[in-house]
Design a protein around this ligand. Structure first.
Ligand code: PMP
Length: 398
């Protein structure tokens, strides 16, 4: 049966981590995978998470199954985070949330639902995007297409290209949008552009599907929901895949959520009954621990305040590293002006380095980044930034 199986290439990002681990150099630097690190280079458990776990350990009385879609309390807290507690969507009770295994699981459940219910056959995805998007939607059986997003020459959002390509979509197609902190470019639409996009997508009758993997890493927890909330002014039907991997540091707990907004409450219930089938067919019902942590933190005012502060600390550290990175590169007299890095949001930055330059950085300096020049800014620390900038300066001289 298996002789004909051809080996798959290593995952472009997780494969890089393997290579990094096997590199014997002690001064190596990993700017590949998107995991937050402190200035000490570690990925800690958030304090609010540890405290929530202590409460859970004491109070948990059973390991019985959760409902297929997770608990109602979890769903409600997720919706409030995404839409705002006093939003019209919540007041009119037309959004439903299912727990999912990470943002990836949420995207996949959404993709399965769209395919199984013939909601759409095609989804438009930004070029570039997170490497797994095409696979997640493609393996669910949806056709995928690309829209322009990033202009390599201006090192900015290609807003005109984006709109022009979306106009080529057919009414009924879906469009995947990064709600904030676009991965890998770090370029997000501004407020006026979100408004324009929201109107355009409604006019073109496309179904917006938001990937919300970095809420709180851009401008703030509330602020980062601006794009989604703007879309809801013009679009009655929206999907949102939330991830708590980054903003709660719960990477290996695999905790996320899919929220589907329908035009009215009655439709929302019918839709949700089918979303449930998609979950049931995938995982039967979800794991409890990550959801319990998120629920405990968000529903306890003290822990919630601590979480908000810890997210701000992560966001600010990344922002500071961007600024330091740019000022150090520019003061070395680099041939390229790197100021554009300060206009990007979130964990990632498109450095503009070529695949050859990326390869040289790995081979000669032990500096690892994704082949397209994406840097995980969270991997930069005050201890490695000088070596990093010097290496980039030297590689640019070659
Ligand atoms: N979407 C984007 C844009 C991401 O960057 C990531 C994580 N790298 C995910 C989804 C998946 O997140 P999770 O680990 O929660 O599945």
């Amino acid at each position: 049966f298996f002789e004909k199986i051809v080996a798959a290439p290593a995952d472009p990002i997780l494969g890089l981590t393997e290579e990094f681990k096997n590199d014997p150099r002690t001064d190596k630097i990993n700017l590949g995978v998107g995991i937050y690190k402190t200035n000490e280079g570690v990925t800690p458990i958030l304090k609010c998470v540890k405290k929530a776990e202590e409460i859970i350990l004491k109070e948990e009385t059973t390991k019985s199954y959760l409902p297929i879609v997770g608990t109602p309390e979890y769903g409600k807290l997720v919706r409030e985070l995404v839409f705002g507690a006093d939003s019209e969507v919540i007041a009119s009770d037309r959004a439903r949330t299912t727990q999912a295994p990470g943002g990836t699981g949420a995207l996949r459940v959404g993709a399965d639902f769209l395919k199984q219910q013939n909601v759409t056959g095609k989804i438009w995805i930004s070029d570039p995007t997170w490497a797994n998007h095409f696979q997640v939607f493609g393996k669910a059986g949806l056709e995928t297409a690309k829209y322009r997003y990033y202009d390599k020459n201006t090192r900015a959002l290609d807003f005109e290209g984006m709109k022009a390509d979306l106009k080529n979509a057919k009414a009924g197609d879906a469009v995947l949008l990064h709600a904030c902190c676009h991965n890998p470019s770090g370029m997000d639409p501004n407020a006026a552009q979100w408004e324009e996009l929201a109107k355009l997508v409604a006019e073109l009758k496309l179904l917006p599907f938001f990937d919300f993997a970095y809420q709180g890493f851009g401008n703030g927890i509330e602020e980062d929901a601006f794009g989604i909330r703007t879309f809801l002014k013009y679009n009655k039907e929206v999907l949102v895949a939330s991830s708590f991997s980054k903003n709660f540091g719960l990477y290996n707990e695999r905790i996320g959520a899919l929220t589907v907004v329908s035009a009215d409450k009655e439709t929302a219930d019918r839709v949700f009954s089918q979303v449930k089938i998609a979950v049931r067919a995938n995982i039967s019902n979800p794991p409890a621990h990550g959801a319990k942590i998120v629920t405990t933190v968000l529903s306890n005012p003290e822990l919630r305040a601590e979480w908000v502060a810890e997210v701000a600390e992560m966001r600010d550290r990344i922002k500071n590293m961007r600024e330091l990175f740019v000022s150090k590169l520019n003061s070395l007299g680099c041939a390229v002006d790197f100021s554009f890095i300060n206009t990007q949001y979130g964990m990632f930055s498109f450095s503009g380095l070529s695949p050859e330059q990326v390869a040289t950085l790995k081979k000669d300096y032990g500096i690892y980044m994704v082949g397209n020049g994406r840097i995980s800014v969270a991997g930069i620390t005050t201890s490695n930034i000088d070596a990093l900038c010097k290496a980039i300066y030297e590689v640019l001289q070659k």
